[in-house]
Design a protein around this ligand. Structure first.
Ligand code: GDP
Ligand code: MN
Length: 384
């Protein structure tokens, strides 16, 4: 789950990180009122969950409250990378002398949380990483020892910060680490962290990603979730406890188990197809959940065939088969379906599906090949 800029910055502020004064507006009039209270000069910033808002025209300076209203009118309702802007953050405009980057990520290769700093802030950090990787300084953090102030100091020195900013930088780095750890985050980023004209450090932008698996204990953060920004089918999937990620291929995959789902996608590719989604219906999937999963898969108009790959352990194949049949009764479709069921009650499961006019297979390679052929219209057995 990603937090909006204003949510991330408020969280940073709770950990002692200096941020500009500002408020969120949903109408141009509100934006003007906020700018007036801030004393006039403001920056109006689109709140959408994508990066590169600046380049897309979603961030504009305003010299007066009237101008802030005008900017807000232009930004509210605009589309950035497919997302409609419904909120803007109106911040006190900062006088920028230098833009830095400061971020925390989980580095899987090092198996550590790593703090990254760069004197090349403001722009995409991926760009800096590609163009001049030596300009990104990485500080791995020991999981038991945590982030220490000497590490912040080392980073400040490497970034070439003036000595009088060392204390302030250390507090910001420690605060970012606390915010990251305390939120079960997978990313916490300040880009840019600026040095102002009068020589202070200020976090102008903020970005945080929180691990979805921790939301049960991050209740305050879970409430901040902005569902209007998420794919409606991914939301529906979450409601039924399904792990679903939409992709752009033509073969819908319904699988129990994440590893099996990956293997299914690999085999689909191997035989010349392309998966339309990743979908893990989980263990012990009930007929109701299977039906929801099928509705979600079929809602994707690119889907030309559906491949069921079920390994019956706790999940009973006959229960899944009944779910598929129930779903088909609800969602009439001509899309051909291929099923491979193995394990607990597989015979019963296959019998139920065969009577529903589905293509069955005994092995995964066979199922994947049949699904690829069916998607190309080279195989009969579609439902009418
Ligand atoms: P992003 O493009 O989505 O990463 O949004 P940012 O919040 O990082 O803003 C992009 C750029 O706009 C920053 O790198 C700054 O150069 C500029 N910017 C943002 N806020 C201010 C401000 O208050 N004053 C000035 N002068 N520039 C700003
Ligand atoms: Mn930014």
């Amino acid at each position: 789950m990603n937090l909006h800029e204003y949510q991330s910055k408020r969280l940073f502020a709770q950990h002692g990180i200096p941020i500009p004064r500002g408020e969120v507006a949903t109408t141009p009039t509100e934006a003007r009122e906020i700018a007036r209270q801030l004393g006039g000069k403001a920056v109006v910033k689109a709140q959408v969950l994508v990066g590169g808002r600046g380049k897309a025209g979603g961030i504009k300076l305003a010299a007066t409250p009237d101008e802030a209203e005008e900017r807000a009118r232009a930004i509210l309702g605009m589309k950035i990378k497919g997302l409609t802007v419904s909120k803007v953050l109106v911040d006190e405009a900062a006088d920028i002398a230098k833009e830095l980057y400061l971020g925390l990520v989980v580095d899987r290769a090092q198996r550590r949380v790593v703090m990254m700093g760069s004197s090349e802030g403001g722009v995409d950090i991926e760009e800096v990483a590609a163009r001049s990787p030596e300009k990104i300084i990485k500080v791995p953090i020991h999981p038991f020892v945590g982030f220490r102030s000497y590490q912040a100091l080392e980073l400040a020195l490497s970034l070439g910060l003036p000595r009088e900013l060392f204390n302030s930088f250390t507090r910001i780095a420690m605060g970012l680490y606390e915010a990251f750890m305390g939120s079960d985050a997978s990313l916490a980023e300040i880009n840019p962290l600026v040095i102002t004209g009068d020589g202070r450090l200020l976090a102008l932008d903020g970005k945080m990603s929180v691990d979805d698996n921790a939301l049960f204990r991050q209740t305050t953060l879970a409430e901040m979730r902005d569902v209007s920004e998420e794919d409606p089918y991914e939301l529906e999937a979450r409601r039924f406890g399904l792990s679903y990620v939409k992709l752009d291929g033509e073969i819908g995959c319904m699988v129990n188990g994440a590893g099996l789902a990956m293997a299914t996608m690999d085999l689909t590719k191997l035989y010349g197809g392309s998966p339309a989604n990743f979908l893990d219906i989980g263990g012990g999937a009930t007929a109701e959940r299977v039906a929801a999963a099928l509705r979600i898969i079929l809602s994707d108009k690119n889907v030309k065939a559906v491949l069921f790959n079920i390994f019956g352990g706790i999940t009973r194949c006959d229960e899944v088969a009944r779910g598929i049949v129930a779903a088909l009764a609800e969602v009439p479709t001509n899309v051909p379906m291929v099923a491979r069921l193995v394990g607990t009650n597989e015979e019963e499961g296959r019998a139920i599906l065969a009577s529903a006019n589905m293509i069955t297979a005994r092995t995964l390679p066979e199922a994947a090949q049949k699904a690829v052929q069916a998607a190309k219209g080279q195989l009969g057995g579609g439902l009418s």
